[in-house]
Ligand binder design. Structure first.
Ligand SMILES: Cc1ncc(COP(=O)(O)O)c(C=O)c1O
Length: 419
């Protein structure tokens, strides 16, 4: 007979954790044998055939890399590939940004955007205190679910600010401003630079200006998360507008940057974390101290970041012709998604589906927060094999010219059956 368990980890100490809802959904989709199944869950780009797309520019960079006799598998420095991190900062702040020429930017290559958010969270948990007390991190309600886990895991207190207005399916701007005004001075405010996940709702440029002014007045600390630059509007500069506005205001801030979506390098884990100091006579010295501590944190977490995806992105960012081709690839992806937004909206309107559907085209980026209820979402899954997260978020990239009508008709049916 097997001995009864002897462990330091009984269920009351280590309870069974639920499966990650998004990856659980992906598994259920894969196991579904229906030929009609549609995956609107995971936030990864698909082409019009519903297939993952390797960007043409990434194929070219890959070819260059494979033919490079100097390429090897040595360790990168702790802060990563310098030819990537420098260009990555330029991409965010603009090539002639004073912050860069004044050496006010410390950049570290990370394990994609998740690793960048984590490194930033770890840095703030260790060093960002006011009168010896941690400040709360305010997350938009809703936000990318992983934000809650990442900041909680490093021991930072979290709270939320209103963001999505269920009535208009747009921004709850007044609610957001009220929460920012009420938060204790110096709070950390997590902002999605563009293409907000999961809602697809972004502040307008004018609203961003108001947010920046309010945060500056309250001395809040901006933590930007940018996972969709160029992927949202097709224009890299436009999608960095919110970040540039804050940097021009001369506030100290940090940025987590992912190259997963805009390069289609999801599994290669390419990204960067940036600290930007406010302009001052000792800004370069502050930046150098911060960089030295980021290096210590990085060393104890991952030693040094992965090399392959970083090289691919670096090759593209450092070559004019490849950079232009990347911009074209970005327009292809964002253009197809915008076309799918229009197609879904117009098909729902044609069908006379109860409710308003303008938010499908008003929202931007990978996701749309449809307003479908959990019961409707579950019925779409059981009756039509259409997979989306329970909050009614759909990944627009999962739609294509062949399935958009099927999806619209299914939504029409469940909205009528389960109002
Ligand atoms: C808002 C946001 N931040 C960060 C990430 C990080 O993604 P990755 O770690 O794949 O770069 C994502 C991915 O979905 C995201 O939506």
């Amino acid at each position: 007979m097997a001995p009864s368990s002897i462990t330091s980890f009984p269920p009351d100490v280590v309870p069974q954790a639920p499966e990650d809802p998004l990856f659980g959904l992906m598994r259920a989709y894969k196991a579904d044998p229906s030929p009609n199944k549609v995956d609107l869950g995971i936030g990864a780009y698909r082409d019009d055939n519903g297939k993952p797309w390797v960007l043409s520019v990434v194929r070219k960079a890959d070819e260059i890399l494979r033919n490079d006799p100097e390429a090897n598998h040595e360790y990168l420095p702790i802060a990563g590939l310098a030819s990537l991190t420098g260009k990555a900062a330029e991409l965010l702040l603009g090539p002639s940004a004073p912050a860069i020429s004044e050496k006010r930017v410390a950049s570290v290559q990370t394990i994609s955007g998740t690793g960048a958010v984590h490194l930033g969270a770890l840095f703030l948990a260790k060093f960002y205190k006011i009168d010896g007390v941690h400040r709360t991190v305010y997350l938009s309600n809703p936000t990318w679910a992983n934000h809650h886990q990442i900041f909680t895991n490093v021991g930072l207190p979290i709270a939320t600010y209103p963001y999505f207005d269920k009535e208009t399916k747009g921004l709850d701007f007044e609610g957001m401003k009220r929460a920012l005004a009420d938060a204790p001075a110096g709070s950390i405010i997590l902002l999605h630079a563009c293409a907000h996940n999961p809602t697809g709702v972004d502040p307008s440029p004018e609203q961003w200006r108001e947010i920046a002014a309010l945060m500056k007045e309250k001395k809040h600390f901006p933590f930007f998360d940018t996972a969709y630059q160029g992927f949202a509007s097709g224009d890299l500069d436009r999608d960095a507008g919110s970040i540039r506005l804050f940097v021009e205001q001369g506030v100290e801030l940090v940025i987590a940057q992912s190259f997963a979506k805009n390069f289609g390098l999801y599994g290669e884990r390419a990204g960067c974390f940036h600290f930007v100091a406010a302009p001052s006579s000792d800004a370069a010295e502050i930046t150098s101290r911060v960089a030295s501590q980021l290096a210590i944190l990085q060393r104890s977490e991952i030693s040094n970041p992965p090399i392959y995806g970083a090289r691919i992105a670096s090759i593209v960012l450092n070559d004019q012709a490849l950079f232009a081709e990347w911009q074209e690839n970005l327009r292809t992806m964002s253009g197809r998604i915008i076309a799918m937004r229009q197609a879904l909206r117009s098909k729902l309107e044609e069908l006379g589906t109860p409710g308003k559907w303008n938010h499908i085209t008003d929202q931007i980026g990978m996701f749309s927060f449809t307003g479908l209820t959990e019961a409707q979402v579950l019925k779409l899954r059981s009756d039509f094999h259409i997979y989306m997260t329970k909050n009614g978020r759909i990944s627009m990239a999962g739609l294509n010219t062949r399935n958009v009508e099927y999806v619209a008709k299914a939504i029409d049916k469940v909205v009528r059956e389960l109002p």
